[in-house]
Ligand binder design. Structure first.
Ligand code: GLN
Length: 498
């Protein structure tokens, strides 16, 4: 292959930058979310964990709506811009929440409004930017996989810098400073939108030069005017505010809603008479794999919750001349993705025809996750409340988790793509997103089990009285899931390849 055919279109780098700034905003804000809740707004860890779970759970659910509306009415470009602007508004509202954090009567409404805007905006930004990446190439182009890998680097460049910058300005030990983290996130989001607006016309074009991400020709024009779109999204934000508020303050319903979504989709697909039995078996693989990834992400996403409590309270962060803010630890996963991904790519090439199939890789991902928790569980064994341990435990754990992510995450979407019958491609992608939403909500529930001050918690009969037992919970959960998936892998591989 000549060098020129290997070159990627410039549009990929536009999407790289747009996504990088958005992830900066998302992960930067997430890095300080539970710290802000516990240290400025003075909530306990259980409440902070519940907010974290409901917020991140809904963040993965709204892309279903954002993808649907973009396909039918708005197109990708407008959805990204409008969604991005609403996210920026969300960050600036949170900035004011941080400004008035001592006045609960003002800070709390601002907090829920900020969350609602972030959730609604993200739903329109995230699915649409991801789908534009593939559209830059001719159908079936071999470069698409590499394009998504480069894009994944953009995600993680933002994911590494965001917590770092937001942590530097916001997580200073002074409650009044948290607002600067939200401010930095808002500025990043504006840069993201500006990148998209400035470069989309010139570079976001298909191989024939046709502009990508346009609204469908037959869609009503009035609904595509930016003010109307913003109004619609702000209305949606109101619904999201209510959804977060009800889930954390009134009744925890989100689990049931997500479960109902999955069951409904399963019902629609499996009762469809036009699908043959082989197609249905392939769809079954999507459901089985989605089930297993829930165990992965629910343990992995402790990063923004219980693992941040741990970094804050029980990790020795003083390096003499500087105390490392606990939010910095949330950069580690992305930092490791950027540095370790080439190693993993090399490994798969080196293994050649012995490269494991997707289900085996996923089982390995779960195993590495369990190993990471085993590492940190060892580090805290016998360590009493309030005693600080070396940073090496968290750093080592994040490294193992990232190796796990690199086994499991990149193949997920392409697996769904390959196995889904065309007719149900989007609906089955929705299953994948819903599984992620479920996992994030569950992450909040698990984080609420974090033991402190002699408080005992339990989950499904498993008693947690100290940090060692808390981390071992994830070892057992991910370890069991890994072993079961490992034994199912051969069967799944056969079902996939028939
Ligand atoms: N870290 C990646 C992102 O933010 C993937 C996270 C996930 O799939 N749950 O896009």
């Amino acid at each position: 292959m000549s060098a020129s055919t290997q070159k990627h279109p410039k549009g990929l780098y536009v999407l790289f930058a747009t996504e990088m700034w958005e992830r900066f905003n998302y992960y930067g804000m997430r890095a300080i979310l539970v710290l802000f809740l516990t240290k400025a707004l003075l909530f306990d860890k259980v409440f902070a964990s519940q907010v974290y779970g409901s917020y991140t759970g809904l963040i993965y659910l709204t892309p279903l709506l954002g993808g649907y509306i973009a396909d039918r009415y708005w197109g990708n470009n407008r959805s990204i811009i409008a969604g991005g602007l609403v996210m920026a508004i969300g960050e600036f509202v949170l900035f004011f929440c941080g400004q008035f954090y001592e006045n609960a009567g003002l800070a709390m409404p601002l907090f829920y409004i900020g969350m609602g805007c972030m959730i609604a905006g993200n739903g329109f930004f995230k699915p649409n930017i991801s789908s534009l990446v593939g559209q830059l190439y001719p159908k079936g182009d071999k470069k698409i996989d590499a394009a998504y890998t480069i894009f994944y680097m953009g995600i993680n460049t933002g994911g590494a810098i965001g917590p770092f910058v937001c942590g530097f300005f916001g997580d200073t030990g002074k409650s009044g400073d948290f607002k600067w983290a939200f401010f930095a996130g808002g500025v990043a989001m504006l840069l993201s939108v500006a990148t998209q607006i400035l470069f989309q016309k010139k570079y976001l074009r298909d191989p024939e030069g046709k502009l990508l991400g346009e609204a469908p020709a037959d869609a009503p024009k009035w609904f595509q005017k930016i003010p109307v779109m913003l109004l619609f999204l702000l209305g949606l934000s109101l619904i999201m505010i209510a959804l977060v508020y009800i889930d954390v303050k009134v009744v925890s319903y989100l689990f049931y809603l997500l479960l109902a979504c999955i069951l409904l989709i399963a019902f629609i697909v499996f009762t469809d008479k036009s699908l043959g039995s082989i197609e249905k078996q392939k769809v079954l693989v999507i459901f089985v794999v989605s089930f297993f990834v829930v165990f992965f992400w629910s343990a992995f996403e402790q990063a923004g919750a219980s693992l941040t409590f741990f970094a804050e309270e029980q990790t020795q962060r003083n390096v003499g001349w500087f105390t490392v803010p606990s939010s910095f630890f949330q950069s580690l996963n992305s930092l490791f993705v950027v540095t370790l991904a080439p190693l993993m790519a090399w490994l798969w090439i080196k293994l050649g025809k012995h490269e494991p199939s997707s289900p085996y890789k996923m089982a390995a991902g779960l195993f590495l996750l369990a190993l990471g928790y085993l590492w940190i569980a060892t580090g805290v064994d016998g360590v009493g409340p309030g005693i600080k341990v070396s940073m090496i435990w968290l750093i080592g754990m994040y490294m193992m988790h990232t190796f796990g992510e690199l086994c499991l995450s990149p193949i997920g979407l392409s697996l769904v793509n390959k196995l889904a019958p065309i007719k149900f491609a989007s609906l089955l992608m929705a299953v994948w997103f819903t599984a992620n939403a479920f996992a994030n909500k569950l992450a909040g529930v698990f984080s609420a089990l974090y033991p402190e001050n002699g408080k005992h918690t339990s989950f499904a009969g498993y008693q947690i009285t100290n940090l060692h037992e808390f981390f071992m919970f994830f070892v057992f959960m991910a370890g069991t899931a890994s072993i079961v998936l490992f034994f199912l892998s051969k069967k799944l591989k056969n079902l996939m390849e028939q």
